[in-house]
Every structure is written in C-alpha cells, then in structure tokens.
Ligand binder design. Sequence first.
Ligand code: CA
Ligand code: CA
Length: 679
Amino acid sequence: MPSLTQHIDKAMNPLTLVVVAITSTHAQKHVDIRSLLMEMGNLNSVSELANPPFKQIQASSYDRKQVDPKDLSTWFANEDYGQFIRTEDHQGRKEWVVMDQAGPGAITRIWTPLLAEKDKMIVRFYFDGNDKPTIEEPFNDLMRGRRPIKPPFAYIAWPDAGVADGVGADCYFPIPFAKGCKVTFSEVPFYYAFSSRTYASDTPVTSFTWDDFDRQKPLAAKVAASLGKWKPESSPAPTAQGELQSGKSVLFNLPEGSHSVTEIQLRVPANVSPQALRSTVISIRADGEQTVWCPVGEFFGCGVTLKPLWDRFRRVEADGTMTARWPMPYQKHARVEVLNLGSESLPVRLQVHTTPYKWTTKSLHFHSTWRFQDPIPTQPRSDWNYVEASGQGHYVGDTLTVMNPTAAWYGEGDERVYVDGEKFPSSLGTGTEDYYGYAWGMDEHWSSAYMSMPLRGRKGRENWTGFTTTSRVRGLDLVPFTSKLKFDMEIWHWADCSVAYSAASFWYGKPGVSSNITPDAEAASRELRTASTGIKGAIECETMTVDEKSADIEIGTQNAGLTSGTWSGGEQLFVQAKRVGDYVVLGFDVPKGGTYNLKLYGTRSYDYGVIQPSIDKQKLETIDLWSEKAVATGALDLGRFELTEGHHQFRVEVVNTNPNSRGSKVYFGLDCLVLEPGK
Ligand SMILES: [Ca+2]
Ligand SMILES: [Ca+2]
C-alpha cells in the first residue's frame, strides 16, 4: 500500500499544482490534510489572516447546566464529564454522540484524560453524512499515539510517555471534512474536548481518509520534525549588552520599512530572581501601536522561575537565554524595549533578528498583553478575564502563572472563549489543566510544541502550593475574530482562599485592533506574594501532606475568620473533627538532621477542643484550643527533639472538650510548625 499511494501522489502532484494555481485567484484555497499540514509546518502562517477564513469552536464534556453566563447559580457548575449530545442506535449498537458539526470543517485538537477503565471505548468519526465511520479506533490508544497517528501529533502530556493511565492525552493531527462530522463513543463518555474549524459552506474541503493519511506521510514526517525542540538562531544580530539599572531600559529601533522580527533573544543571569522575571518587562511598539507589554517571565513562558522549556514559539535555557520566535511583521517601523521596573539592576543581553517582509492586507501585528491580579478571592466563584480584543485578528495562546497559597487544587475552572460578541462561548472547556493539555495534576515539568508546564512549586498531585506556570500556544487551533474576542478563565478552587493570577495573552491583529488591557507598571513592579510569606522558617500546616486521618472528617484550608492575630502564609489547616478521638497525621520534611526546638502556631476558637500533639508517635502535653473568639495562639512550645533528615509526622488528636466550648466543641486549627535549631 505505501508504495502505491506514493506513486499516486507523485503522479498527481503536477495536476494538483495546476488546479491550485488556476483556482487560487478565483476561489478559496482548497482544504485537505495536505493543506492543513502545510499550514501547521509553516511558522509564519500565524502572522497572516487565515485563507480560507474559518471559525474555531469546541465540543466538550462541559457541564450542561451552564446555559447563561449571567445565571451565576449554574454558571460555575463543575460536573463536566459524562456529558453528550444524544445517543443513537447503529444496527443495534448504542453510540453516544459528542460532536455533530454540519458543513465543511476540520478537527484541530482533541484532548482527553486517560482512564484505564475507558481503554476499550471506541471512538467513531462519521464524515459527510456517511453511515459508516471513516475512523474507528480505541479512543485512548488513538489519543496516546499508539494507533496510526503518532507523536508528536498524538501524545501524552507527561514526561514519561510510558505512563498509560491518569494523565492527559492530546491529538493535533488535522482531520478535515467536506460536509459534516459526527463523533461518537461506544460508552458513556468521560472528559473530552474537540476543537474544530468551521468553514463557510462553499469552502472546498476534502474529507479525511486513511488513504490520504498514508499519502501524506512524507509531509507529515517533515511537519513532525518541525514540531520538535528547535535551536535559536546563531547568526549575528544587533546586540545590546550591559547592566540594566533599576528604572532604565534598553531600546532597539528596528530597520525602517517593512520587516518581520523573526527572533527576540534575551539573556539574563542563570540565577535571575523571581522578582526580576516579573519586574523586567518587554515592550514593543510597531507602526505607532503598543503591541507588546509583558513581563519577560510570562512572555518567554517560564513564569517567575528560570526553568528550561520549549514550545513552538519560545525556548528558555538553564543558562538564562530566553528566546521567542513569534513572527512579528511590521509595515514601516518598530522598536523593542526591555524595561527594568524592579529595584535592582540586572545584567542583560538583548538580540533582535529581523528579515525583510512584504506587508499585505493579510498581514497582522503580533500582540502580547498581560494582566495581573492579587488577591483574587476564590469565593464566590468568578470568571477571570485574560483579555478582550476589539478589531480583527486571531488568538494564538497564553501563559498563566498562578500563585496558590494552599495545597488544594486550584484548576477546576473552565476556559470560556467568546468570539465576535457571542452571548455563550463557542469554546467552553472542562478545567484549567484540561485547557493546558494535561489532567489530574502534573508531577513533573514538561514541554511540547503546543503546551508546556515549566514550573511547579511542589511535587506530587496532592500539593499545589506556590507558583505554577502553564502555557498553551496555538497552530491550527488558533481562534479568529472579526470584531471581538473575549477570553475568560473560570476561577474554581477547592479551597476558600485568595490566589494571584498572572496571564500573558498572545494574539495577532490588523492595524487598529485594540484591547481592554493596558501596560500595568505598578503590577509588574509589585513585590511578589509567595505561599511562604509568613513566620520565618515556618512549615505551614496547610501545605503538609495528610498522611492519615479519621475517615469521615473534613480538612481544609482557611484564610479568614480571625478576630485577632494573623496566620502564617495567610492560612491555617482547619480540621472539622466530629468527636473526641478524631485525629490527623501530617507529614513534613526536615532538610537537615539535628536537634530542634519545635514551636506550634495554632488557633483558638469558640467551637474548638482540647488537642494532644505527637511528633513521630511521641505524645506531648495537651493544649486547650478553646477561647471565646477566634484568635491566633502565638508560639506554643512543643519541646526539644532529635530529628533525622527526611520525612516526619506531626499527629494531632482531639482528646477532650472545654466545658465552655459550643457548636462542634471538637474542631481545631493548625497554622504552622517552626523548627528552631537547638544546641
Ligand atoms: Ca470545570
Ligand atoms: Ca499557615
């Protein structure tokens, strides 16, 4: 088969070329696997209006209770799995329809979490009203690259690709269809998202076939290679190098006349501080418009810690070299500026590569806007806007840095993308990590062409304290808009606390396009809040692992309710015990073995009980945590301990109630432990 299809391909190529040459001036460009792969492999395609034009939409397992963004009683519903359009009977076989799109289009991205229980579930793609599916595959295997669509088109978002369960899988191979596409599952579906293009009804599209898939394998191999880790340009370019003083900037005027920036490279010290990555800002003006204003951490994708990463458009290396290769055409003039809004000077080297460019009516300016908010209360739930753009262009990605003060998971919130003034988003997802391509948390750093997560504050799936940075950049799944684009991310956190969100949005626009986001020097220069802001040397109880607890009691973080004092890190671990004898065992790590004086900081309140702490099973004196009002205890001396390096356990049990205690009488609250080195 392969030799035959290749033979056909060679024989038909000249004819195909002639047809394209004749029709391109009269009709819209023909869409097929080949044209979509060509677009995918062409880095510059994002900087021009799409031909033919399309709208990007998404079919997902979003909670169907969400019907009106104005109805806040249902808009934050989170049962976003097991949802489908309808069921159908196919010769006695029941199928669950999850996507049913009329007219010409193309699937551009599919996401699902891999669940072993669903390994036998079959996905079927029916094109153009056919009652026989063209694609019929075990869905999980198709998604993780075990079927004909191989990585990097279908892959697992996890550093160890051998992981088969409990992780996210993404498929980016283009699947075009001429008249319509229906996708079904053989069982009740789990979580899923299908992004697709929908073209005008007269757009000529050739539907996906496996024969055509085979025929395009040589091209697919070339595109696959272009989606891998890339090398920054090493050719000489205008360079500025030196100490960038606080409050100063380094500025490049780019060559006059129509050019395109092909690469911007900024080198900072390998030990650059989180604050410097936030307070150093890249600003670009092109043809009289402010097109880019963004902290370099989010602009290059690493957030507030210099960690290596790469995606289709950015690369960060451990030595401090950060490169962006978004194509940035301009018509007449442009300038690139790096500003130091921080209080300390920073050694930098800035290089900008440009190439001559022919500006046309299809050409677009690259934009990067940045929005920051701290604090964002997680209750009541809300939608948090990345950007709202007015004019014509398309959305090509974002980098989000979340500062989470608690161990609890922050990322249940769905993306809501409104195009051209829609009342209901045409892309509505299932969760923040699903939008960023993974699932059920992420244990390690990872990079891929379209998604990356260079930074996690903690390891493990149970502790999301600190900073997390994730990126999604788009190719075929870019979102065109002709008058307006609004991108919101739902804030849906398991804890009642306050988070900080820092989001860079990347988009292209025709001259005159504008947005609701303006440069925010105050936010970029503000001192970073970290999860550990609090008592010096504190191990926050709310970030400790819960190694064991009474089965039916609830544990959560709490950040409000004290009438006097404050909690270290702004929060405590609140244990809703139900009876005397209930307990919790918390794990913490000692970095260096030795003798320590242990101090406990906790909370007293009107419904609290009498607790007995233990360190590694050694029982300590009881502590009465009752008081008329909720107050911080201050330091409570637990005694002196010999602690080895590594994991230890802090156990707390309710052993009694205070006669004055009301309500539950057995709750307790733990703020932090402090280990003071002893003699
Ligand atoms: Ca959700
Ligand atoms: Ca605390």
